[in-house]
Design a protein around this ligand. Structure first.
Ligand code: SF4
Length: 314
């Protein structure tokens, strides 16, 4: 299979846009479109997410992220040098108030192959989980199983999800704070049943760009709180924490995200990743070796808190 080269061509020729929505200057909107296409193309290329002949099931919830994902993938598909198929899929879980006609109408207008799977997981969850208890783990387990069976039926080999850069960082901190693990959200993985490759093409995308894009495109957003669950509260708290950091120290999110791609196992403490026990002096100077007794300085933009700070042995 040939990997798609989406970058740097992706987004080089942004499509002409009409007047920008809600006062956003057209130039800004074109830049936003180019950035979205470039970042999605880059992630696809970096992790070899889409290859010649793939049939990709794009999961649509009705939220801004999945609308944005489908939108950008369709743009890239039109320009990509290799052939792949997209199938948009929504699972209608029969949550109270779910506007069942919104997504079929939207997808029919787009003219893209799509499928709406209707399964009343809401009633199952309500019947099985006592009032006041968290419903998300059963709900997402049921949803996962259904989506796998839909992907199988539709003969898709890949499943695309709309998680973005900020979801990935939040997951990293949630795992650290509550799970005692350095573990994020991978851009590409094998599904737990071993049958599909799951991809997250928005891995490099800033959530604020998805908000702006949804606003520009006027996606018919479906509210995400129809089930009434509160389980995502901790995620919201961590999201607020990250946004607050970014406001006080611009660039911090970018640095933390870069760190996820720049891991140094010899400077962590997981003995399964680095053989500390059998470490021996080599007698050979190593330019990249640890300068254990030197101060390591961390440059921060002038005028920012911590500018010029250096930490000993950090
Ligand atoms: S928030 Fe609601 S729909 Fe989402 S996983 Fe939890 S119970 Fe299911």
């Amino acid at each position: 299979m040939t990997a798609i080269s989406f970058f740097p061509e992706a987004g080089a020729e942004a499509s002409p846009l009409g007047p920008a929505a809600r006062g956003r200057p057209e130039r800004e909107t074109l830049k936003l479109e180019k950035r979205l296409c470039r970042q999605v193309g880059q992630a696809i290329a970096d992790f070899n997410m889409i290859e010649e002949g793939d049939r990709v099931m794009v999961c649509l919830s009705g939220g801004k992220d999945s609308y944005g994902l489908l939108d950008v993938l369709m743009k890239l598909q039109a320009r990509a040098p290799v052939r792949f198929e997209l199938v948009a899929v929504n699972l209608d879980q029969k949550q109270p108030g779910f506007p069942a006609e919104v997504l079929p109408n939207y997808l029919a207008n787009l003219g893209i192959e799509h499928h709406i799977e209707t399964q009343d997981t809401y009633s199952i969850v309500k019947a099985k989980i006592p009032e006041g208890k968290t419903t998300c783990s059963l709900c997402s387990r049921l949803r996962r199983g259904i989506l796998y069976s839909v992907a199988r039926r539709l003969k898709c080999n890949k499943i695309a999800l709309g998680h973005h850069r900020d979801d990935m960082l939040q997951t990293f901190f949630l795992n650290m704070f509550f799970g005692g693990k350095l573990k994020g959200m991978p851009p590409k993985l094998t599904s737990d049943n071993g049958e599909f490759i799951v991809i997250r093409p928005l891995a490099y995308v800033d959530e604020r760009d998805l908000v702006a894009w949804a606003d520009h495109r006027q996606f018919p957003i479906i509210p995400c709180n129809l089930c009434g669950s509160q389980e995502n509260l901790q995620r919201q708290v961590v999201g607020d924490m990250l946004r607050d950091w970014q406001k006080k120290h611009p660039g911090r999110i970018e640095n933390m995200f870069a760190a996820l791609q720049n891991v140094v196992p010899s400077h962590l403490m997981d003995a399964s990743l680095h053989d500390f026990k059998h470490l021996k002096a080599t007698g050979v100077p190593d330019e990249d070796g640890d300068k254990a007794f030197d101060e390591e300085s961390f440059a921060a933009p002038v005028g920012q808190p911590f500018a010029g700070v250096s930490l000993v042995g950090a």
